[in-house]
Design a protein around this ligand. Structure first.
Ligand code: HOZ
Length: 441
């Protein structure tokens, strides 16, 4: 009997069976816009289709075709202990056995609120939500309700989720796909957002001068991590604090990415600057959908049911998300996770710089703690304009060459990489060797 499989392979040596990932992507494209549930996952402009994940553990993920990758995306930040850490999985299992959602208060919420307020001293009261987007959106409404003003200042390249007023010169997928100002945002909303370059305190002062008593708040990622990764200049955060105080505006830190990651108390602990409100997410959910926002009690008390600013959510404070987040945060503290992350991050940086030295093209490598980013540019990267000077073709080539060799870096120049406490010395040495090889192409 004819073996059709062998016959096909013999007669058409170039014939390749479609991978399970590409079959799934083809099916997804027919039912999900762009085939993905969040745009940056689409791998557009990178000469590859996305892969579909079968399972993840520690520093590794496996796709549905059985390929293994060392993962530096970490589900975009939450997986600070690596994937599926036992403590988190056990906590979720135990919580689920008692019920997956109640819609009325549960004890985990109180524990979580207490932990957040103790670890982040600028937060006296906190409310849980379901995503970082909800957190920043709620911060804005609260700042407007508290100050009675409408305008806000944001920074070019800072991304605060897909909130109407904040999709102005935004980073992340909006920037990756060339639409930093989204369609569908009424011009009247966008007009309330004053967007200025990061690290430009003069532009902030001008904005206050030109809009007297109209600006409710400044919102920023204290360490911008959605246009690549760059850092505040010395005194920039303190200068923002001073300008807010001088002008009666609130300072909002979006620490969805940096919160509980760059230090136990986030970037505000690292830089010693106290915001009025903070948006949180990612790490506090242990990988489950979660967000939180909190700050001075006087401001937080404006929220319904105490005050006139409305905000609500059926799944807010969900027991599974709270249990997962609490387990993750406690494990981080128990194992002095931030020290380990700094050690791993430092070693990773040394090895990456070693590999990059062989590159003929100019590059800039940024790292803080467990967050990192590589740009292909000769100039210092301090804001969106300089981040955009990175060579997109070189990035695409580098991303693809690494992925083909089992290293998964974020599929966009305008995202940040993460190491976790699960990344071993062997992982990062292997990664550096592969990067060295990938850069030769
Ligand atoms: N918020 C993430 C970027 N920092 C992207 C998440 C996603 O696209 O899945």
């Amino acid at each position: 009997m004819l073996d059709v499989r062998c016959w096909t392979l013999d007669v058409f040596p170039f014939f390749q069976m479609p991978s399970r990932s590409s079959e799934l992507f083809a099916a997804a494209l027919t039912r999900i816009p762009g085939g993905v549930n969040s745009p940056v996952r689409a791998f557009r402009g990178l000469g590859r289709e996305p892969f579909f994940v079968e399972r993840a553990h520690g520093s590794r993920i496996w796709d549905v075709d059985g390929n293994e990758y060392i993962d530096y995306v970490g589900t975009w930040g939450p997986a600070i202990l690596g994937h599926a850490p036992e403590v988190v999985v056990d906590a979720v299992r135990a919580a689920a056995a008692r019920g997956v959602s109640f819609g009325i208060p549960n004890p985990f919420e109180v524990e979580m609120a207490d932990l957040i307020c103790r670890w982040v001293p600028s937060i006296e009261k906190v409310r849980m939500v379901n995503s970082g987007t909800e957190a920043t959106m709620s911060c804005l409404r609260l700042a407007r309700g508290f100050t009675g003003r409408d305008k806000i200042i944001k920074f070019e390249g800072c991304y605060h989720g897909h909130v109407d007023a904040l999709l102005v010169q935004a980073g992340s997928g909006a920037l990756t796909h060339g639409r930093p100002d989204s369609a569908g945002v009424p011009a009247e909303f966008a007009a309330l957002t004053i967007c200025v370059p990061f690290n430009d305190i003069g532009a902030v002062r001008n904005a206050f001068r030109e809009n007297p008593k109209a600006i409710a708040a400044i919102i920023l990622e204290p360490i911008p991590a959605n246009a690549g990764l760059f850092f505040p200049c010395e005194d920039f955060l303190q200068d923002l604090r001073d300008e807010c105080d001088r002008n009666g505006a609130l300072l909002i830190f979006d620490e969805v990415m940096t919160g509980f990651r760059v230090a136990r108390g986030g970037a505000q602990e690292l830089f010693g600057v106290r915001p009025d409100l903070t948006a949180l997410g990612k790490v506090i959910g242990g990988g489950l959908p979660v967000g939180a926002f909190g700050g001075r009690a006087e401001i937080m008390n404006q929220l319904s049911p105490l005050g006139p600013v409305y905000q609500a959510g059926t799944l807010s404070g969900n027991p599974l998300a709270m249990a997962a987040g609490l387990a993750q945060l406690r494990e981080l503290e128990r194992g002095d996770g931030w020290k380990l992350l700094e050690r791993t991050g430092t070693h990773f940086e040394e090895l990456m710089r070693g590999a990059l030295r062989s590159l003929k093209l100019p590059w800039v490598f940024h790292r803080i703690g467990s967050m990192f980013c590589l740009f292909f540019t000769a100039d210092p990267v301090t804001d969106l304009a300089s981040a955009k000077r990175s060579d997109p073709e070189k990035f695409a080539q580098y991303f693809k060459a690494c992925l083909d060799r089992g290293i998964y870096f974020a599929p966009s120049q305008f995202e940040t990489g993460f190491v976790s406490t699960a990344h071993t010395v062997d992982d990062i040495e292997r990664t550096a060797a592969i990067v060295r090889e990938a850069l030769k192409l």
